[in-house]
Design a protein around this ligand. Structure first.
Ligand SMILES: [Mn+2]
Length: 341
């Protein structure tokens, strides 16, 4: 359930100040971009001064989303009163903008269950499917007028964070919010086509390479693969081109947990975790210093790439073996529950 008390507290924060720097997380996804633009342009329509910012290049796939060219990178002048951080579960996800957490009144709005406690005011709502849903709620409370552009931009986060209304976080409230945005003129097909039907042929070559490295463990319940810098170079791809690959791994029949390891340019091991029914990957990510949701999470590790793969895979094998017996019964029960509906 959404906390009305927290929503009121955040609304009061937004009403209190005149100018805001609105930041979302590094390695931005659709929800980060949607949230930062929807709040920034929403508040501007109420006469506030805002600047949307992300300390990371905007991935190519989002660049044709309306207003996306308005997101600034680091640095930004100190001429704002309050700081807002969206869809990020820890200060380091702000990149270099985190330095202002100590200097400015700040408001953190997020839906990650692994969120750390920080910011002057913090609203974490794990039942929300997307942070963009919380932004819609705030904009509506504040009386922000919607038009087709703002509605389409706000819709983006609802679409991408729910896997285009396919993931288990797809709720009745999400559809209600999407319906509201449709009534304001949102064009979800534009977003879907921009994100899903815009793949470069180089990405397909890289996908082939990733599939060649596929490792299947625990009778198919655990699958993982990896992408090195050398593979990226050979396919003329960058790390951001791998964004949809983890979904391909989870789509394999019988898979409960899928893991993708990507070697970053700086030599870090970036790990994405996905699960299907019962395995909690937020706990795995947290164990390795990352965070996320029950069925989608991630972390970043220093040190030798292949040693990191070994370490993470062994840990998940142990965790899955332990939770297997107890969860098997739950899965059976919940499957039966679904079948009976
Ligand atoms: Mn999100």
């Amino acid at each position: 359930m959404i906390s009305e008390k927290k929503a009121a507290e955040v609304t009061a924060f937004l009403e209190r100040y005149r100018s805001f720097l609105i930041v979302s997380h590094i390695q931005p996804d659709g929800d980060a971009i949607s949230s930062v633009l929807s709040l920034s342009f929403g508040l501007r329509r109420l006469g506030k001064e805002t600047q949307a910012a992300i300390d990371w290049p905007i991935p190519e796939v989002f660049q044709s989303i309306p207003l996306c060219d308005q997101i600034r990178g680091y640095p930004i002048d100190n001429g704002f009163e309050a700081l807002i951080f969206l869809d990020g579960s820890s200060p380091d996800r702000m990149g270099r903008f985190a330095k202002w957490l100590d200097e400015k009144p700040s408001c953190v709005i997020d839906h990650h269950r692994s969120a750390l406690s920080f910011g002057t005011v913090q609203w974490v709502e794990p039942t929300a499917s997307a942070t963009a849903q919380l932004i819609l709620m705030l904009n509506r409370r504040l009386g922000v007028p919607y038009d087709p552009v703002l509605a389409t931009v706000n819709m983006l986060g609802l679409q991408t964070d729910s896997g285009f209304f396919r993931y288990s976080n797809t709720t009745a409230d999400l559809f209600k919010d999407a319906a509201f945005l449709m009534e304001q003129g949102a064009q979800p097909y534009f977003n879907a086509s921009t994100i899903l039907e815009n793949k470069k042929t180089e990405e397909f070559h890289l996908l082939t390479r990733m599939i060649q490295k596929l490792v299947i463990l625990l009778s198919g319940k655990l699958v993982y693969s990896y992408i090195t810098q050398e593979m990226l170079r050979e396919c003329e791809c960058t790390e951001e081109d791998t964004a949809g690959f983890i979904g391909e791994l989870r789509s394999i029949k019988g898979t409960e947990c899928a893991v993708l390891f990507v070697e970053s340019e700086a030599g870090d091991t970036r790990v994405s975790f996905r699960s299907k029914k019962w395995f909690d990957v937020s706990q795995v990510a947290a164990y390795f210093g990352g965070g996320g949701h029950l069925k989608a999470s991630g972390c970043s590790l220093r040190g030798d790439f292949f040693a990191n793969i070994e370490k993470v895979v062994r840990y998940i094998e142990r965790q899955m073996a332990q939770s297997d017996a107890s969860k098997a019964l739950l899965t059976l029960l919940s499957d039966r529950g679904q079948n009976e509906k």
